[in-house]
Design a protein around this ligand. Structure first.
Ligand code: CAA
Length: 381
């Protein structure tokens, strides 16, 4: 069962996120996309508003809110700028969640608290040059040293890679145990031998910071192992279940932003002597777009609801991400079509929605991986 009741707190969070997105994010979004500039001041303000630690307990510097609140805020912020959305999503879902669930009190005090307060932000390092969808194939190794571990390897596609302070890094501690021999390490930047590479020149979410990271004899003390030795893959997979709700809400936001742009444009642009919104061809598109955005929204809110109810949300999260990411791409394409030639140039924004939408079908598990996750859950049941 799924009942959708937004409380006054939910409405307030949505309004706060909407105002923040309009007032603080929108004015610089075109320029940041063009230049590929990281939104440093905006991320700082997100921290002040409590958006960087939304679901973390107040005991550890967070806002103590539910997953539905997080989804509502992600949707509003990503509707204006998905690059800002992904910084928030990675910090909340992939970094904070694992630290709060598996961290020691020492780690929660020293690592989680500043992350949840938004004083610094984090990154999640699972992917490698030869371990993308096939994430169990970790080549980064960790071998025992005096009082800790020594890590060597390369991580790829790391969101917040150059700007984060704290990194969760998966590495193979026992190859014979395969995925049960992967461990999660907490690394602070700067650390000797830990070297973020150049920022990737991406199709979309250009203002977010993505890079590879080289690890050469990086020492991590035992106090900075997250969870147990050998528990890293489980931590990564569980974090990604929640992360997929975050990316689904990012995709939903992109779809909503693209749809609203098309709707507004259609009432202003005239052709054949009237606003194009009065043409049936355009009305068909608007009706299709609105329906798919609302359908995706239901799946996304449902996944958040199940998480909040402490029910199994693995399938729901994968379904929400699969549907919302497809919707984002389709709606962004149609929004360009409604704009005609104006949709194809940068000053009208809708082309950015399409470029930003595409990544939601790729990161935190491609659409193909979401199909696998959904099918496995169906067959398990
Ligand atoms: N939740 C919890 N546990 C899971 C899980 C899930 N969704 N999926 C798999 N597991 C567990 C399994 O139970 C199993 O554990 P045990 O053997 O201990 O029981 C273990 O993980 C291995 O699972 P499989 O045997 O099913 O392994 P597989 O190789 O056949 O499939 C996979 C694994 C589902 C394909 C997995 O590799 C996967 O999810 N790949 C996609 C990786 C991904 O999403 N990467 C995103 C990178 S991070 C990112 O993009 C962030 C960003 O920058 C924005």
């Amino acid at each position: 069962m799924f009942s959708l009741e937004l409380t006054e707190t939910h409405e307030l969070i949505r309004q706060t996120a909407r105002d923040f997105a309009q007032n603080d994010v929108a004015p610089t979004s075109i320029e940041r996309d063009k230049e590929g500039v990281f939104p440093t001041d905006i991320v700082k303000k997100m921290g002040e508003l409590g958006f960087m630690g939304m679901m973390v307990s107040p005991e550890w510097g967070g806002s103590g809110l539910d997953a539905l609140s997080y989804v509502l805020a992600m949707e509003e912020i990503s509707a204006v700028d998905a690059s800002v959305g992904v910084v928030m999503s990675v910090n909340n879902s992939l970094v904070n969640w694992g630290l709060e669930t598996y961290g020691s009190d020492y780690q929660k005090q020293n690592v989680l608290t500043p992350l949840a307060q938004g004083l610094v932000h984090g990154a999640f390092c699972l992917s490698e040059p030869e371990a993308g969808s096939d994430a169990t194939q970790q080549h980064t190794t960790a071998v025992r040293g005096d009082g800790g571990w020594i890590l060597n390897g390369t991580k790829n596609w790391i969101t917040n890679g150059q700007t984060a302070t704290w990194y969760l890094v998966m590495a193979q501690t026992d190859r014979e145990l395969r995925h049960r021999g992967i461990t999660c390490f907490i690394i602070q930047r700067p650390t000797e031998g830990f070297e973020p590479g150049l920022k990737e020149d991406k199709l979309g979410i250009r203002s977010s910071d993505t890079c590879s990271i080289g690890l050469t004899n990086v020492f991590v003390p035992d106090s900075m192992v997250l969870g147990d030795v050998g528990q890293g893959f489980k931590i990564a997979m569980e974090s990604l279940n929640g992360g997929r709700i975050g990316i689904a809400s990012q995709a939903l936001g992109i779809a909503k932003g693209a749809f609203e742009a098309a709707l507004n444009y259609s009432t202003q642009r005239k052709a054949f002597g009237k606003p194009i919104s009065e043409l049936q061809a355009i009305q068909m598109k608007l009706a299709e777009m609105a329906t798919s955005v609302e359908a995706a929204r239901l799946l996304v809110y449902r996944a958040a609801y199940l998480k909040d109810q402490h029910q199994n949300y693995v399938k729901a999260a994968a379904q929400a991400k699969l549907m919302a990411s497809q919707t984002a791409v389709n709606v962004a394409l149609e929004a360009i079509q409604v704009h005609g030639g104006y949709g194809y140039v940068r000053e009208y924004l809708v082309e950015r929605y399409l470029r930003d939408a595409k990544i939601t079908e790729i990161y935190e598990g491609t659409s193909e991986i979401q199909h696998i996750v959904i099918a496995r859950e169906l067959l398990k049941a």
